[in-house]
Design a protein around this ligand. Structure first.
Ligand code: 6PG
Length: 243
């Protein structure tokens, strides 16, 4: 594995399994660092985390301390029922949390049965009760789409310009409908942000984020530069091939 630091955070490049193991170690290290409040891990949606979940379960990769204490949620969510294949938390629950027997008391889906705005407010209260007012998540895992979106910040998202200073929000996105998401403000109060991007399909996006000169309104993942002291990118050689 090789790694370097740039204005977007620490970039770790290596084979998928090494990156998967590194993600586990980052979570464990962050849990050890945690002093007050509950330790929260926000998982992400997409195919890459699903592969990681499967690997974590197969390798019994989480330490007993993480399994016994961590609270799990997702960094952003589609407003669909949890049993839908489109539900980020639903997928995390099916592939990771249920096999690991994480109890319901430490599983925190976004309350998708409420209206989106009420859901974001209720979720913010739940997270504040867990972590206190100064932290959004202990660890926030994110993916990145080929269009350079991360969390629910899509190109042109108003949240990139002004999120109102809140950590969690409901956003109505063109073509994608309502979504619930951590905000840029929320990202800046995470203990650690881990972005996983694997495969050749991410190469151009990663170049646009880390080398290109477009504004973050067009390349949303560039917003991570505002939290770069706490961002670790886990990318494979294919994704890093244009850096
Ligand atoms: C969503 C997904 C999405 C995902 C990226 C990367 O809610 O729409 O979570 O944002 O994180 O598209 O997905 P892959 O891991 O499948 O490349």
């Amino acid at each position: 594995m090789r790694e370097f630091v740039n204005p977007y955070g620490r970039v770790v490049v290596g084979p998928a399994e090494s990156l998967f193991a590194r993600a586990v170690r980052l979570i464990e290290t962050e849990q050890l660092r945690k002093r007050t409040g509950s330790f929260t891990v926000a998982l992400s949606g997409g195919s890459t985390p699903k592969d990681w979940f499967t690997w974590v379960v197969a390798h019994r990769a989480f330490s007993p301390e993480v399994l016994a204490a961590a609270h799990f949620t997702v960094s952003d969510e589609r407003v669909v029922p949890l049993d839908s294949d489109d539900s980020n938390f639903g997928n995390a629950r099916r592939v990771l949390l249920e096999p690991l027997k994480i109890p319901a008391a430490r599983s925190h889906p976004w309350p998708v049965d409420l209206s989106p705005t009420e859901a974001a407010e209720a979720y913010a209260q739940t997270l504040t009760a867990l972590t206190g007012p100064k932290e959004s998540y202990g660890v926030c895992m994110l993916g990145m789409g080929e269009d350079t979106h991360t969390a629910s910040f899509f190109p042109g998202s108003a949240l990139l310009e002004d999120d109102g200073g809140v950590s969690f929000a409901a956003v109505n996105t063109p073509q994608r409908g309502w979504r619930l998401t951590i905000t840029p403000t929320g990202l800046r109060t995470c203990g650690l942000i881990v972005v996983m991007a694997l495969g050749a399909g991410k190469a151009q996006a990663l170049r646009r984020v880390m080398i290109g000169e477009e504004e973050w309104s067009k390349v949303p993942s560039k917003i991570l530069s505002t939290a770069s002291d706490r961002v670790v990118w886990l990318v494979d050689e294919l994704a890093a091939s244009e850096l």
